[in-house]
Design a protein around this ligand. Structure first.
Ligand code: SF4
Length: 509
């Protein structure tokens, strides 16, 4: 007897699941970060993990997104061969897209639409975060199994693929590759590795591996059963021994788990794909029989640890209305600041437009004056209820490197706020103009947004989340990442902790 599954019920289940994962981290992720936080001796990395944990709890309490990048939807669907759809003639992609549309435009917890079309042309936001990436399989049975994730762009951008010589070492390739990823994937996270099959199969294996819960500590406790499990443990320990640490600040924990999925491959090939998952790890798995999915039971709030995080402790308070280049020159990498005053916002599309105006010798839009100001690279979520702005964490600054000389030389900008490292040219520009680069914690977007007291759009409103805004902030927690002399925490921190870990002898995490 085929089981009848109503299309409308499935669409709503997809929407409910996406809302659920937008504000509830998987508890295995929370527990793994908490364990890493407890053993972390690096002050900067420990502070970053504290912010991730506090943010996670606030999101669970407030039902607001963990990160301002609410992700691209990825769905793996196992469709039972005895399922008979009722209530419509939509295909699977159309049903899942409708679920995405509902979830991302839900007025009670509006999520950020990040998908753009056409990718080589207008790159216009589709407005509702569709389409989803749908991977379907026909399997025996009369139910649907749905594994669905909201994957952040910063970590997706760090996906890598290679075809190794079959005699080459997977471990060597991973250890060479991970340091080149920088911090834009917002560690601590999970490495998903796909080995074998063909090129596209290896990528899918890697992505699918990220749908599994963190279980490496259980694996370590019971001992590896095969070569793949041995490699997971070896890679976990050796990647963490690189000293990259939370947010790339240097520390003991870069990865919380390493997943490896394998598949038979051609005798001449060893395809390998690597995809990291970030501090906004968001996924859920459930079986759908047409009833309400039971996996969506809210976790108890006491499952989140109470972290004694005091942003004021040891931090320098900065009045952005008074700050000067001379004052900025005293700040050093790793120093924590609490910013109060007005900052401007802008990211990729705004920079492109500013560059176009400056090239043509045209003025910046009325009201946009960067002189002596700080520019925050952010694309916030829209506000709900009495919020002034939704979650508003930093985006990857490296993408703005190409505009840094222009902004510092031609607009009088004093500093930038983002996440992850800057490239050598951007650092040279920061040094040349005696500017500074600050970082906020990627994956702590709701926490950061609490420091924003007022927000208004100044220019480029048509760019939506990429518009130029002015934020009035109070005690916004940031860390100095590149000082006015060009010293970078993302270079110093991992180098220092790699050496320290080598000295103390890494025992595994
Ligand atoms: S945690 Fe970082 S990589 Fe992940 S979605 Fe947020 S900003 Fe993007």
């Amino acid at each position: 007897m085929p089981r009848e599954i109503d299309q409308e019920a499935f669409i709503q289940a997809v929407a409910d699941a996406l809302q659920f994962i937008s504000y509830y981290h998987p508890l295995d992720y929370v527990q793994a970060v908490y364990a890493a936080w407890q053993r972390e001796p690096s002050p900067a990395a420990k502070d970053a993990m504290a912010q991730i944990l506090v943010n996670s709890r606030l999101c669970a309490e407030g039902h607001r997104p963990i990160c301002q990048d609410t992700g691209m939807v990825v769905a793996f669907v196992d469709v039972g061969m005895e399922v008979r759809w009722t209530g419509g003639r939509r295909d699977l992609q159309t049903m899942i897209d409708e679920g995405v549309r509902r979830a991302y435009t839900d007025p009670d917890n509006v999520l950020r639409a990040s998908m753009v079309a056409d990718p080589l042309g207008a790159r216009r936001n589709t407005g509702d975060n569709t389409p989803a990436m749908v991977h379907a399989r026909l399997v025996p049975g009369d139910t649907l199994k749905l594994r669905i994730a909201a994957k952040g762009g910063g970590s997706e951008n760090k996906a890598r693929f290679t075809v190794l010589n079959p005699s080459a070492s997977l471990v060597d390739w991973v250890l060479e590759t991970v340091p080149t990823l920088g911090a834009g994937w917002c560690p601590p996270g999970i490495l998903g590795i796909g080995v074998g099959g063909s090129a596209e199969k290896a990528m899918l294996l890697a992505k699918e591996s990220l749908m599994a819960p963190i279980d490496i500590h259980a694996l370590r406790a019971r001992g590896p059963a095969d070569r793949t499990e041995e490699l997971r443990l070896e890679l976990m320990d050796r990647v963490n021994a690189l000293g990259i640490g939370a947010q790339g600040l240097g520390g003991l924990t870069t990865v919380l788990d390493v997943k490896i999925n394998t598949f038979p491959t051609h005798a001449a090939s060893l395809p390998v794909a690597l995809i990291p998952n970030c501090a906004a790890t968001r996924h859920i798995e459930f079986e759908f029989t047409g009833e309400e999915p039971t996996a969506l039971t809210p976790p108890p709030l006491d499952a989140w640890p109470q972290i004694p995080w005091d942003p004021a402790k040891g931090a320098r308070r900065v009045d952005l209305g008074q700050v000067t280049q001379e004052a900025v020159a005293e700040w050093r990498p790793g120093e924590r600041l609490l910013l109060s005053g007005r900052i401007l916002t802008g990211r990729d599309a705004a920079h492109r437009r500013i560059a176009g105006l400056l090239e043509k010798g045209e003025p910046l839009p009325e009201g946009v004056d960067f002189r002596g100001r700080f520019l925050y690279y952010v694309g916030p979520v829209d506000p709900v209820d009495d919020e002034v702005v939704g979650p508003a964490g930093p985006t990857t600054a490296t993408r703005m490197d190409q505009y840094t000389e222009m902004m510092l030389a031609q607009t009088g900008l004093l500093g930038m706020i983002g996440k992850a490292e800057r490239g050598p040219d951007a650092i040279e520009s920061i040094k040349r103009h005696k500017a500074v680069y600050l970082i906020a914690v990627g994956g702590a977007a709701y926490l950061v947004a609490r420091a924003i007291r007022k927000a208004r759009v100044l220019a480029f409103e048509d760019l939506g989340m990429e518009a130029i805004r002015e934020f009035e902030v109070r005690d916004m927690p940031v860390t100095v990442a590149v000082d006015s002399q060009g010293a970078s925490i993302h270079q110093q921190g991992p180098a220092e902790w790699r050496a320290r870990i080598a000295d103390i002898g890494f025992q595994g995490t």
